[in-house]
Design a protein around this ligand. Structure first.
Ligand code: GAL
Length: 419
């Protein structure tokens, strides 16, 4: 009798423990919207899927192709409007605030407090992840946008010097063209045009002016001789692009540098994910350098996932598991090794990372001190989406017409008013 009582008690206890434990770790499904479909991007997101599945959750991939994420954002809006938001979506920068105001995001403070996110994230990152002081988003990485990806073989064959200023760029582009190569690999899509222009403008105008123009949206900085000079320089870059660039995807442009068809590409370090996926090594097969005139400056682009309010304990549990997995060192390392970026979480060892990532990590810190750490407006980190869209239009119109730099500068100031 005594023995069976003990057994009953033990069984009851085990049951109670199992219940609480499984409540906490309920297996559920996560549906994650993202636009990571290129070779390097797909490898990176597969790591997140692996970790979630290893924890017993189901991964429902919601990939919407299109670099820069414009298509993905359109699809996301219609899903939320129809009352069926995914578990999480790749949304970043000021747009996180816009979604916060819609009242559809879930509060992640419990996960954040438990794992000390406040202590692990630099303020420049954690501030963006919060809406009215509460965590509603989780960062996966820090991308640097102002990079130039170089095929050294092509430069050698053309007898050209790798440029560190925009004046040197013009000389090199000419030599490369004459040697029968494409100087700049590019895809004519508005977000790519803006990505190149952003680096040109930073190189021409410097970080102070960049902040006044693209962060403060100050009309006197937008419609200024510096903006005109930036557009005039963009013309030089445009002349170095081949005639088949219209609508080319960014990763196909990267492939042109990888294959030795083109000498360079101005693109964020997700391009490095393509070199890595192709088995190429930095310093040997390719070189990463800051875009001309931008040494010591850093345009940051932080990818993050916002989390939508979910119904049901399984869905909520799986969502929390997703949020906490993203901040784990194991994920931050393997994801960023594939993606070309650096971890958003501080205090991580960079031992397994290549020289480009080590440089990026060092410059992220030093540029913050020298006030040259600036948000990438081409990647949704600096201004409301409506203004960003209007500025994309100006840059793309400039690239596809004979618009003068002066007219473009005036239009940029007008675009700032489309809030
Ligand atoms: C950026 C995004 C990167 C990369 C790139 C190209 O906006 O932050 O992670 O995916 O688009 O798709």
């Amino acid at each position: 009798m005594k023995q069976s009582m003990t057994r009953i008690t033990v069984t009851a206890l085990t049951l109670a423990t199992t219940l609480t434990f499984s409540n906490f770790l309920r297996a559920g499904e996560v549906e994650v919207l993202h636009w990571w479909t290129s070779g390097g991007e797909a490898k990176s997101v597969a790591e997140l899927k692996k970790i979630l599945e290893a924890n017993g959750h189901k991964w429902k991939d919601f990939a919407v192709a299109g670099g820069g994420g414009e298509n993905a954002m359109t699809v996301l809006k219609s899903r939320v409007v129809s009352g069926k938001p995914p578990t999480a979506a790749q949304v970043k920068g000021p747009s996180i605030q816009e979604w916060g105001r819609e009242g559809v995001l879930t509060n992640l403070d419990d996960v954040a407090k438990g794992a000390n996110w406040d202590g692990l994230l630099p303020a420049v990152v954690s501030n963006v992840m919060k809406y009215q002081g509460h965590y509603v988003a989780v960062p996966v990485n820090v991308h640097r946008v102002n990079w130039m990806w170089v095929n050294p073989e092509v430069f050698k064959k053309a007898g050209a010097k790798i440029p560190t200023t925009w004046e040197e760029f013009a000389v090199a582009a000419d030599k490369i063209h004459k040697a029968g190569f494409i100087a700049v690999a590019h895809g004519g899509q508005p977000w790519q045009d803006a990505t190149v222009f952003e680096s040109v403008a930073l190189g021409v105008g410097g970080a102070d002016w960049y902040n006044r123009a693209f962060v403060n949206l100050d009309a006197s900085a937008l419609n200024s001789p510096t903006m005109e000079k930036s557009f005039a320089t963009l013309r030089t870059v445009q002349m170095a692009i081949d005639k088949d660039a219209a609508n080319r995807d960014w990763n196909l442009a990267t492939a042109m540098v990888i294959n030795g068809k083109a000498a360079m590409q101005f693109m964020g370090d997700w391009a490095k994910g393509e070199f890595t996926a192709a088995g190429k090594s930095p310093g040997k097969d390719y070189i990463c350098m800051p875009a001309p005139g931008t040494k010591g400056a850093f345009t940051f682009n932080i990818d993050s996932f916002i989390m939508f309010e979910q119904k049901g304990a399984d869905a909520k549990g799986a969502q929390r598991a997703l949020a906490s997995a993203i901040m784990e060192p194991q994920f931050q390392e393997v994801f960023n090794l594939n993606k070309g970026s650096i971890p958003a979480r501080t205090g991580m060892s960079m031992a397994k990372f290549d020289q480009c990532a080590k440089d990026s990590s060092a410059e992220f810190e030093s540029s913050a001190k020298s006030k040259k750490l600036v948000p990438s407006w081409a990647h949704g980190m600096a201004m409301p989406a409506s203004v960003q869209g209007a500025m994309f239009d100006v840059v793309t119109q400039f690239m596809n017409s004979s618009m003068t730099p002066k007219a473009a500068a005036e239009k940029m100031a007008a675009a700032a008013k489309s809030k």
